[in-house]
Design a binder for this molecule. Structure first.
Ligand SMILES: [Fe+2]
Ligand SMILES: [Fe+2]
Length: 192
């Protein structure tokens, strides 16, 4: 299912250099992204406790995201500068605004938005892996692979909620929107 890439755009080629020019800012943002990924996954447990398969899948995913928080916190600490506070994320906020209000569309849209955020994160962590060196590059490659899997987990759950054809159709709409949201944001030393 969902053969082919989910994302409808590639990251601006200038982004990698901008990101690498301010590693404390990049690692701070990445730290908060991993934390929010864990919190978002657990928020689905709060909202849909009766969906046993969903709960199991997203709880495991949250566990992995929490381990990513540990890894990125260590990376941030190694820069010698304390991580910045979370300054908010216009990218995620713009995508969340696309989530429809009524069920079951609300759950479907949340799952697809999370799948898109994971896919975009995977793309960008992979770009960083290719531009960094040594252990940090290896860590980013491993994180990118994990986020690819997470995107697939959310797509599987979306198909389970809405059926594959409906999930695929809505994923295409939201992927177009994601590309527009990203294109409207400045290129900056952040994951999104
Ligand atoms: Fe992660
Ligand atoms: Fe993830």
């Amino acid at each position: 299912m969902f053969a082919g890439p989910l994302l409808r755009s590639r990251t601006d080629p200038s982004w990698v250099a901008v990101a690498l020019a301010d590693l404390p800012a990049l690692f701070s943002d990445h730290l908060h992204c991993e934390r929010k990924a864990a919190q978002s996954a657990l928020s689905l447990v709060r909202s849909y406790p009766e969906r046993t398969a969903l709960v199991e899948a997203v709880a495991r995913l949250a566990h992995e995201e929490t381990s990513h928080v540990v890894q990125v916190a260590q990376l941030a600490a190694a820069t010698g500068r304390p991580p910045y506070p979370d300054v908010g994320d216009e990218y995620a906020a713009a995508l969340r605004a696309l989530v429809r209000k009524h069920e079951p569309q609300r759950l479907l849209d949340q799952l697809l938005v999370f799948a898109l955020i994971e896919a975009r994160s995977a793309e960008r962590l992979g770009l960083l892996a290719g531009a960094l060196a040594g252990e940090t590059a290896a860590l980013y490659a491993a994180l990118a692979a994990a986020e690819v899997r997470h995107s697939e987990v959310f797509l599987e759950q979306a198909a389970a909620v809405a059926g594959e054809a409906a999930a695929r159709a809505r994923a295409a709409e939201l992927a177009e929107a994601e590309a527009r949201v990203l294109a409207a944001l400045p290129v900056r030393p952040r994951i999104h």
